[in-house]
Ligand binder design. Structure first.
Ligand SMILES: NC(=O)c1ccc[n+]([C@@H]2O[C@H](COP(=O)([O-])OP(=O)(O)OC[C@H]3O[C@@H](n4cnc5c(N)ncnc54)[C@H](OP(=O)(O)O)[C@@H]3O)[C@@H](O)[C@H]2O)c1
Length: 338
């Protein structure tokens, strides 16, 4: 079978096709014929050797995918041949709170990811997916979708009438927009692009702020919320955004600390944390139980993940270059079934 892998080292120049034997499922395992995958910012960091290079090579990238069960091993009961499923991001985080043992089982590093024709996984490590979605849309769910869900719903307990602040129009933030609107919340979203902000409005965003033109986004947020501040922030920016997030939060509100696209070191005023009584919660994607809960909401509300581009199997580094260019809105996907 065909696979795309980081082979002789980290760095995009080392991302190359390779041929491997098609694996067979053992007891309790399923063989997936992969149909689609999607990119996350984390995959880019790993591929570009900005993630610490701590995984073994060769490594098949991309944590997120969609596959069809092609064969099952002895004793498999959770899924059947022909079912369409998605791998869960942490193969051993099934429910409840995260454990250290669970958090070292992430797809796309250290475990091989989805950029291959077939993948064998434990039957415990997959979930069935909503029928109305395309394969590419399913492939958007395991990391970006679930992270937004866990932050807003699992940890944040969002409710109708809440106001949330979303940063940028990448994978996580666009899912957060869709979940927040489905929950009846008011959404403020930022972007560096007016065109992307128009698209966000079309998806239901109530207020938009161009952070390139208006770097003091918190001033706009205070205006919009009549001085109150927002109930939740989906914090993906990191270095350039955390300060503004703290100035945007309402008393006792919640900042879900998710990403660091603008850098990893923030200058934080401790007094601001105390004075705002903010709850700052680090997020690590979510569990299988969270994934199944999210899928029920996606099916009920007929939510469709926003796919920016679908590239062919052999796209290789072009897919990562597209992400690094930052022109995307929503998710970049790979068609593995063609
Ligand atoms: N902790 C977790 O479990 C978890 C899970 C998933 C992702 N993440 C992290 O979350 C972050 C986003 O991931 P993603 O996959 O959604 O990435 P993505 O699709 O590449 O989106 C990144 C977006 O960030 C926006 N951005 C860049 N600089 C910004 C700034 N200074 N202020 C506000 N927005 C800015 C850009 O939006 P515009 O183009 O609209 O300006 C860009 O599209 C990454 O750091 C990723 O590692 C963490």
């Amino acid at each position: 079978m065909k696979a795309m892998a980081l082979q002789d080292g980290f760095g995009l120049e080392n991302l190359k096709p390779l041929t491997r034997e098609t694996p067979e499922p053992g007891p309790g395992e399923v063989l997936l014929k992969m149909r689609a995958a999607s990119l996350n910012y984390r995959d880019l960091l790993i591929a570009e050797d900005r993630y610490g290079g701590r995984f073994k090579l060769p490594l098949v990238p991309l944590s997120d995918g969609c596959g069809e069960v092609a064969a099952v091993g002895e004793g498999v009961a959770r899924v059947s041949v022909g079912d369409r499923v998605a791998p869960i991001f942490f193969q051993k985080w099934l429910a409840g709170e995260a454990t250290l043992e669970g958090l070292v089982t992430s797809m796309g590093g250290p475990l091989d990811g989805c950029w291959q024709e077939y993948r064998v996984l434990s039957e415990q490590g997959v979930v069935k997916v909503p029928e109305h979605l395309t394969d590419a849309q399913v492939a958007c769910l395991p990391c970006a979708g679930l992270t937004a869900w866990r932050a807003l719903v699992g940890e944040g307990h969002i409710k109708a009438g809440d106001t949330v602040l979303l940063q940028g129009t990448g994978g996580v933030s666009i899912f957060a927009l869709q979940f927040a609107k489905a929950a009846g919340a008011e959404v403020i979203i930022t972007s560096s692009s007016d065109e992307k902000l128009e698209r966000a409005k079309a998806l239901g965003a109530d207020h938009v702020v161009n952070y390139a033109k208006t770097p003091a986004t918190s001033k706009k947020v205070r205006e919009i919320t009549n001085g109150r501040g927002v109930d939740q922030v989906i914090e993906v920016g990191g270095q350039d955004t955390l300060k503004e997030a703290l100035k945007s939060i309402r008393l006792g509100g919640r900042i879900s600390v998710i990403g660091n696209v603008s850098g990893n070191t923030a200058d934080l005023r401790i007094g601001a944390v105390i004075a705002t009584r903010v709850i700052m919660q680090g997020i690590s994607v979510g569990s299988r139980a969270d994934f199944e809960a999210m899928n029920r909401a996606i099916a009920l509300h007929k939510i469709e993940p926003v796919v920016d581009t679908v590239m062919p199997f052999d796209a290789g580094r072009a897919a990562f270059d597209h992400m690094a260019a930052g022109k995307h809105f929503g998710k970049i996907c790979i068609d593995l079934g063609a």
